[in-house]
Design a protein around this ligand. Sequence first.
Ligand SMILES: [Mn+2]
Length: 394
Amino acid sequence: MPNTAGYFKRAKLRIYFVLHKKKRIFAEKYKTDMLHNKLTFEQVEQAQALIRKADHIAILTHLSPDGDAMGSSLGMRCFLEQTGKADVRVIVPNAFPSFLRWMPGAKEVVIYDTQKAEADAFLENAQLVICTDFNEPKRIGTLGDKLVSLACPKIMIDHHLHPVEFADVMMSYSDSASASELVYRFIYQSMNGGGCTFPIEQLDVDAATCLYTGMMTDTGNFSFNSNHPEMYEIVGQMVALGVNKDAVYNNVFNNYSADRMRLMGYCLYQKMRIYPEYHTALIYLGRKELYRFNFQSGDAEGIVNLPLQIGDIYYSCFMREDKATAAEREQHGGEKTKIKISLRSQGDRPVNVFAHEIFDGGGHANASGGEYYGALPKAVERFLQNYGHYFKKE
Ligand SMILES: [Mn+2]
């Protein structure tokens, strides 16, 4: 008579071991690949070699800097200072919004618009330029001409589509949600066999705070582009380093001026047009309206996202009237008015082709932008004539 009870017990044990072994193998594999599968070993090596040779380092980021632009550049600066670099400066093309002024190192940022002589002097003396959160020189305005004229080596870390080859090391990954995440990966990989001497556990909390800010803002506080497990592994490491993520949220998102809050209310109450057939919302603001609300740089940030909070709105467009710069005027037949256009969408409804073909812009599938040189009503008309050919009726 076979021992059936014993047989089942052994079978159960076998199943148990097989399942758990599988789990263990998965966990091991995940751990080893984790954060090591993005930048190539060569990229990290080459960038570290350039950093090792340079004492004066400039870090540049894009026009109208946002949370990721400031986060990636200031985070990189903090890290470099921690590795012993004493002369590292962040240079931005124009002013950054007041809700980012609390960021570590923000006070030392050089603004090209208003501190051109100082910035030029630093750049001419720089032995290395690191570019974060932009992928072609024209994304930094007139600072781009200066960048191209510099003979020193350049490193680029960015996540925008269609990069232009202008740097010696190009760490360009458009599937990454933020440039700040890529900077963190660069630091992580530098420390784990990439030529950096201290372990990631000792990374300066200020560096991690800057990089967390960029990850948070470019994903709308982890509400879009944020379905990647590794992102949370990184956030976990940052919190372990001492980043106070609740404080960062408060500093960034609960930091509006009363004027800006009223401007938002005005946009939603009086300016939002809905086109239900195409699940589309449009908000546009002229310069006079902006003056009325004492408009400051950065105040328009996020307004384009608001209509997407409506249940059946999947596309949102925001237009803002601005003055064209002297260079832009020259390029566009003396036109003094420039309309800045932001586009957002949800799910499988790309807006970047529309942005590219109608408003000479581009971007990601769900977040794009463009420009129009001419009067605001003309830009609105152009939008209304074309969106139906690009957006889905459903
Ligand atoms: Mn970014």
